[in-house]
Write a protein that binds this ligand. Structure first.
Ligand code: FAD
Length: 497
């Protein structure tokens, strides 16, 4: 409550925050976690906690009055619709050149993501986090993160016949016929539950269109892994619907953390000050960067160095669809959880997930989210006139990513005699080049912080989320965010407590 004093406060309950809370609590330290989104534990009047991808309602979006679906059109018709303003689970945060999708609620991005849990190839690690010892990561911290997250793999025999992965088998056939390396992608979804969904013996979630606006079942979000373990220690408390606005040095040592309590319409109902000995910024790449850039510019934390706000990237995300021939139907029942990818990173700079299009009808479309090796990096800056943080990303920068993704899909189209879908992202638009699901950087390790996330100039302030990673992980990012947080918190527990 207002005026409280705590040893450790963690801002945000995503991957970085959850790792910090668990490991600090296990070391005997009481931890207070503050999360601006809701705790998603109560079903609505329809019996569901979360809506389906095809029927977003107030629960879907963070304080928007109109949906902003990544696949925005179907046969050219716009599908977005009005929804009541509510503290929904998915934030489509709009900057001038890019919309950044992020999870909101206890569990952060783990509530809305596809659960794809990919460890980068070891030979690529040096390009991802050059100041981190790869041997330590691959021997200790990646295995620790994968185990704690509950990462598992699809049963390859079941895959061959499951109707819900026909779209992935079509994706494999096309990839392999063009000579590309195709791989299964591990996931934190409970694969036994998935099998039971297909068999019809449990309530469907991944097979009932749930993913981007949350999963009611099957998904091992952080709520079921790190956060439940953290709460079980008895030393962790989570306060939802509280948004941190300021962190500044307290006169008697430690830091004053100012926060706003909001209601589900987003109105501020109270402001509170809490004093904390240590503060962990785990608000995600965008959330942490926005806070730090504002606090440096407005005089709360003036000693933060000039690297704060820099090194932000989109993980090279770009989406496209292909129109298949009638003999390559992708199926009316599609699991929302992708299970495979096409790896053309070495030759073409692109790793593409074979993604579902779970509309319930046959679309003859293959959809892909590519992660590409773009070198474009943007910067956050304080806009005093508008009282907000801006991001310097330009939409045209995605051209590099499109060029790399085309090394895969131009070849497949030419081999199959097919074309790009032009009706999914607007009217006659082949590429979804206006978004990212994978914001990374803005408070880069060993630049804005020391090599363990300690913020320069302020003992007791740490960054422990995706903001530490300079813009690209070559694959989906949350396993790397988790493993890096495991590495850093082990050092911090040993050296700073
Ligand atoms: P987050 O998980 O974003 O957590 C930050 C938390 O802090 C949020 O809960 C936020 O509400 C809270 N917060 C922010 N600001 C404040 C504040 N001022 N005060 C209080 N709380 C605050 N990655 C993969 O690896 N595999 C996938 O399959 C995958 N699919 C994705 C699909 C979608 C639709 C999206 C949006 C993302 C996907 N991602 C995926 C990305 C992944 O979810 C993120 O990389 C990851 O969640 C980032 O972790 P984090 O700890 O940095 O921050």
């Amino acid at each position: 409550g207002d005026g409280a004093s705590v040893p450790v406060l963690v801002i945000g309950t995503g991957y970085g925050g959850a790792v910090a809370a668990l490991r600090l609590a296990q070391a005997g330290v009481p931890v207070e976690m503050v999360e601006m989104g809701m705790s998603w534990d109560t079903p609505g009047s329809d019996g569901r906690i979360f809506p389906k991808v095809t029927s977003p309602d107030h629960r879907a979006y963070w304080l928007r009055t109109r949906t902003k679906a990544p696949v925005s059109n179907f046969f050219g018709f716009p599908i977005d619709k009005d929804v009541p303003r509510f503290t929904g689970v998915l934030d489509a945060e709009e900057f001038a050149g890019i919309t950044v999708y992020q999870g909101r609620g206890v569990g952060g991005g783990s509530l809305v993501n596809g659960g794809m849990a990919v460890t980068p190839k070891r030979e690529r690690f040096g390009s991802i986090l050059p100041s981190v010892d790869a041997a330590e990561m691959y021997d200790t911290y990646y295995p620790r993160a994968n185990a704690a997250l509950g990462v598992g793999s699809i049963d390859p025999v079941w895959f061959e016949t499951a109707p819900c992965y026909q779209y992935a088998r079509v994706g494999r056939k096309h990839a392999q016929r063009s000579g590309f390396a195709w791989t299964f992608v591990p996931d934190i979804y409970d694969w036994d539950y998935m099998k039971a969904e297909q068999a019809g013996t449990v309530t469907r979630s991944a097979l009932d269109g749930q993913v981007m606006y949350g999963n009611d079942a099957g998904k091992k979000s952080l709520v079921r892994t790190y956060l439940s373990q953290a709460l079980a220690t008895g030393r962790v408390n989570i306060t939802p619907l509280h948004r941190v606005t300021t962190v500044s040095p307290a006169p008697g040592g430690g830091y004053v953390v100012r926060m706003e309590q909001i209601n589900t319409a987003g109105d501020v109902v109270a402001t509170k000050n809490v004093t904390a000995g240590k503060v962990f910024f785990a608000a995600g790449s965008v959330g942490t960067s926005k806070l730090l850039v504002k606090l440096k510019a407005t005089g709360s934390l003036p000693l933060l160095n000039s690297e704060v706000g820099k090194g932000w990237g989109d993980n090279g995300n770009v989406m496209c669809g292909r129109a298949n021939h009638m003999w390559d139907a992708t199926g009316t029942l599609q699991s929302t959880i992708p299970c495979s990818g096409i790896d053309n990173w070495a030759a073409g700079g692109a790793f593409a997930e074979v993604a579902p299009l779970p509309t319930g009808i046959e679309t003859y479309a293959s959809l892909y989210l590519s992660i590409t090796n773009t070198s474009k990096r943007a910067e956050f800056s304080w806009n005093a006139a508008a009282n907000r943080v801006d991001l310097s990303w330009q939409t045209a920068w995605k051209q590099d990513s499109i060029t790399m993704a085309k090394t895969i899909f131009d070849k497949i189209n030419s081999k199959e005699g097919t074309i790009y879908r032009t009706d999914l992202f607007g009217v006659y638009k082949q590429w979804q080049d206006g978004l990212t699901y994978h914001p990374l950087g803005g408070a880069v390790l060993n630049k804005a912080t020391d090599n363990y996330g300690r913020l320069q100039g302020y003992p007791g302030l740490y960054v422990i989320d995706g903001a530490l990673i300079p813009g690209n992980t070559t694959v989906n990012p949350f396993v790397t965010i988790t493993a890096l947080a495991e590495r850093n918190i082990e050092r911090i527990v040993a050296a700073d407590l």
